[in-house]
Design a protein around this ligand. Structure first.
Ligand SMILES: [Zn+2]
Length: 91
């Protein structure tokens, strides 16, 4: 039997947030928003296994994207820190 699940983590713990827009779902487990998919048990298990294996990578990628959008100043701070490290190395 097929059911609606989160395409990212395979959770069926999802809510249809805007009844007029079928593609707007939110996942309570991984906070994904977007279209849900219809999947059977086999596919759900595959998605869950992939998510368990890669979730840190997926969340990290999302984090990096969010930081880039939030500020370009952090990059300058990183550059300064690198210079300090070089000084310590030459000591
Ligand atoms: Zn999810």
């Amino acid at each position: 039997m097929k059911k609606h699940v989160c395409p990212r983590c395979g959770s069926s713990n999802i809510d249809w947030i805007i009844p007029q827009v079928w593609s707007k779902w939110v996942c309570k487990d991984c906070s994904y928003t977007g279209p849900a998919i219809e999947a059977d048990e086999d596919l759900i298990n595959e998605i869950k296994a992939d998510w368990e294996e890669n979730k840190e990578k997926y969340l990290e990628e999302e984090d990096i994207r969010a930081q880039r959008i939030l500020s370009g100043e952090e990059k300058r701070l990183d550059d300064e820190m690198e210079l300090e490290e070089e000084d310590e190395l030459s000591d």
